[in-house]
Design a protein around this ligand. Structure first.
Ligand code: NDP
Length: 330
């Protein structure tokens, strides 16, 4: 069984030299555990944080040990009650072909109800992030105009569509290529979108949001955050989900220069972690699952094949190679 190890802590952009694909024996499950053959493995921007030693909400990856992350696989042997060989489970021991998982850390998923990869994306962690961040953290209400960055990614593409389906007055997105911008408007039903690489974000946002922004869902930080504060309407809300533009910085990025605008607008900036919002999971799966089935909410996945390409897939997320959720298929 092959598994990825972190061998050195990256400084700045991670490089292949910081990782190793290691051959390990297929482990045996102990009492209360199951052996899982991973079928779909998630790569996510937050994993960059776990490669650093700095304390954060998720523990740093240990050097010389298998890395972790969301995964869905088939149980091939079980010593746990309630889970049988042949069942499929969602768990957190990705970045490897086989995993021994404590049954308590595994959630059974139904391959008949949705494609297995969906449990990592549209109906999984990134989907719930979009749902909770928009509806609860940003207190979205009908008639709001919503701006989301990283809009062609897993979280962002869902934020924009949930906003549209819940009656936003205008949905605006930004992404890093003209093809992604086209997809946002033509497939996902955004009212306006722009390529942040084509010009200053502040200017492009002013054009795309002539009546300002009530909600900004931030996946990116940096210029985007400053631009959104500059366009914020009275009682505007900013949900800080991620700041991918600074994850590989070696020095602290400068903060937005226009925070005083929050006084005039009575604006609010609120960070959040999806882990605090799992109470919304049943409601989220019911509502978003319904929209997926009816075709009202579309989703994309970028699928990379083979455990040997797991690392390259992760680099791809940082570079923006993906449309929708980046998934590794084993
Ligand atoms: P995405 O599918 O959105 O992939 C990341 C995307 O970020 C890339 O496709 C790329 O698209 C974009 N990107 C990369 N560098 C930059 C940059 N310098 N400026 C602007 N965009 C950039 O990932 P996710 O949907 O999984 O995650 C989106 C965000 O949400 C991340 O910041 C992540 O950390 C955060 N997150 C937070 C959670 C929480 O609990 N708070 C939970 C899950 C995710 P492009 O081509 O457009 O540049």
């Amino acid at each position: 069984s092959r598994e990825w190890h972190l061998t050195a802590r990256p400084v700045g952009w991670p490089t292949p030299e910081d990782f190793a694909l290691v051959e390990a024996e297929v482990p045996r499950p102990g009492e209360g555990q199951v052996l899982v053959r991973n079928k779909y493995v998630s790569v996510d921007p937050y994993m960059r944080g776990r490669m650093s030693a700095a304390k954060s909400y998720a523990a740093p990856y240990e050097l010389g040990e298998a890395m972790q992350g969301g995964a869905v696989g088939e149980v091939v042997a079980s010593r746990a009650e309630g889970i049988e060989a042949g069942d499929h489970v969602l768990h957190f021991l990705g970045w490897r072909e086989y995993a021994v998982v404590d049954a308590k850390q595994a959630v059974k998923v139904d391959p008949e109800a949705a494609p297995l990869s969906a449990y990592l994306g549209v109906l999984g962690m990134t989907g719930l992030t979009a749902y909770a961040g928009l509806l609860r953290v940003a207190s979205f209400k009908e008639g709001d105009s919503v701006f989301v960055s990283g809009a062609a990614g897993a979280v962002g593409s869902q934020v924009g569509q949930i906003a549209r389906l819940k009656g936003a007055s205008r949905v605006i997105g930004s992404a890093g290529s003209d093809e992604k911008v086209k997809l946002l408007v033509e497939e996902y039903g955004f009212d306006a979108a722009f390529n942040y690489k084509n010009g200053p974000v502040g200017e492009q946002l002013r054009e795309a949001a002539p009546d300002g922004v009530d909600v900004y869902f931030d996946n990116v930080g940096g210029d985007h955050l400053e631009a959104a504060i500059g366009r914020l309407n009275r009682d505007g809300r900013i949900a800080v989900c991620g700041m991918i533009s600074v994850y590989n910085n070696t020095e602290a990025a400068p903060g937005p220069k226009n925070l005083a605008r929050l006084i005039q607008t009575r604006g609010r900036i609120q960070g959040f972690l999806v882990g605090d919002h799992y109470d919304l999971q049943p409601q989220f799966v019911q509502e978003v699952g319904g929209w997926v089935r009816s075709g009202e909410l579309k989703y994309s996945e970028t699928v990379v094949e083979g455990v040997e390409n797991n690392l390259e897939a992760f680099f791809g997320v940082l570079r923006g190679d993906n449309v929708g959720k980046m998934i590794v298929k084993l």
